[in-house]
Write a protein that binds this ligand. Structure first.
Ligand code: LIP
Length: 277
C-alpha cells in the first residue's frame, strides 16, 4: 500500500487531495507571513534554544500557533511537525511539516530574508510545498507532479532551474548551524568549495535558498545539519523546478542537503564528497 492507497481511493481522489493540500498550505503560509510582517512588536522576547545564537521569539511561536489553528480547523485529523511545537500526532496519512519562521536571525535583525515554510506529506511522500517571503512579496508554490511557480509583484511565473554547466561559473548558497564546532566544520568545507565556484552567498533561510535554486537566482544550495521543517517545502519546489535534490529525506543525518541545477550537480557532489572527512 502506498500513500495514494492510504489517503484516497483512486488517482482522481488523490489528485483532488493534493490540490486541497496545496491550497491550504498556500492560505496558511501567506496568512502566517502577514502576521509576522504586520504584527511584529517593537520589542521581541528572545529565548535561546540549542545555543546562545539559536533563538526563538514570541513571533515564531505565534506564527506556528496560527498555522496549526488554520490547518486543524479544516483538517482536524492531520499530524503536524513544527519547529516550535514539536510533534502533534494525527489520525490521517497527512502530516504538515512547518517552519513558522525560517530565518529567525534575519527577522531579529530586520533583514528581509525570512520565510514561512509549509510542507505536506501523505504517507512518506511530500506532495505540497509553499514558502512565503512576505518582506520580498514572494511566494513559491509546488504540488507533486505539478511543477513549481512563483508569485511576485510582477505576477506569476513557472520556475525553472538555471542551465549552468560549468561549476566554475556557478553561484552557490550555503548556511551555517548554531553550534560552533559545526560552524567550524562547515567553514572548513567552504574553503574547498569557494575557490572552485563563481561565488558564494549566505542568505540565512534554507527555505528561500531552496526556492532561489528553483527560480534560477542561484545555481545550487548546500547545507548540512538542517531539520525536516527547513527543507520539506523548499526541496519539493526545487525538485519540481528541475533541480537535483539530495539529503532532504533525512536532513539531520545526511552529509549535506543539496539542490543544484542538473548541469553542475554531479561535479558539485564530487567536490562536496571530497570535503567529507
Ligand atoms: C535557519 C536555516 C538556515 C541555517 C540556520 C537556521 P531557522 O533556520 O534556515 O539556512 O543556516 O542555521 O537553521 O533557525 O532560522 O528556522
Amino acid at each position: 500500500m502506498d500513500a495514494r492507497d492510504d489517503a484516497a481511493g483512486d488517482e482522481s481522489d488523490f489528485d483532488r487531495l493534493v490540490d486541497e493540500l496545496v491550497d491550504l498550505a498556500y492560505r496558511s503560509a501567506t496568512s502566517a507571513g502577514a502576521l509576522l510582517r504586520d504584527e511584529r512588536p517593537r520589542e521581541l522576547e528572545i529565548t535561546a534554544k540549542s545555543s546562545p545564537t539559536d533563538v526563538v521569539t514570541q513571533m515564531d511561536r505565534a506564527a506556528e500557533e496560527h498555522l496549526a489553528a488554520m490547518i486543524l480547523r479544516e483538517r482536524p485529523g492531520d499530524a503536524i511537525l513544527g519547529e516550535e511545537g514539536g510533534a502533534r500526532p494525527g489520525s490521517t496519512p497527512v502530516t504538515w511539516i512547518v517552519d513558522p519562521l525560517d530565518g529567525t536571525t534575519n527577522y531579529l535583525y530586520g533583514i528581509p530574508l525570512w520565510s514561512v515554510s509549509v510542507g505536506v506529506v501523505v504517507g512518506d511522500v511530500v506532495v505540497a510545498g509553499v514558502v512565503c517571503a512576505p518582506e520580498l512579496s514572494l511566494t513559491y508554490i509546488a504540488g507533486r507532479g505539478r511543477g513549481a511557480r512563483e508569485e511576485s509583484r510582477r505576477g506569476a511565473r513557472t520556475l525553472q532551474v538555471s542551465a549552468v554547466t560549468d561549476l566554475g561559473q556557478s553561484l552557490i548558497s550555503t548556511g551555517f548551524g548554531y553550534d560552533s564546532d559545526q560552524r567550524r566544520r562547515q567553514a572548513e568545507a567552504l574553503v574547498t568549495v569557494a575557490p572552485r565556484v563563481r561565488d558564494v552567498r549566505r542568505l540565512g533561510s534554507a527555505a528561500i535558498d531552496l526556492c532561489w535554486v528553483a527560480a534560477g537566482l542561484t545555481d545550487a544550495y548546500v547545507e548540512s545539519r538542517l531539520h525536516p521543517w527547513d527543507v520539506a517545502a523548499g526541496a519539493l519546489i526545487a525538485r519540481e523546478a528541475g533541480a537535483r535534490v539530495v539529503g532532504d529525506d533525512d536532513p539531520v543525518q545526511a552529509p549535506y542537503v543539496m539542490a543544484a541545477a542538473p548541469g553542475i550537480a554531479d561535479n558539485l557532489m564530487r567536490l562536496l564528497d571530497a570535503t567529507q572527512g
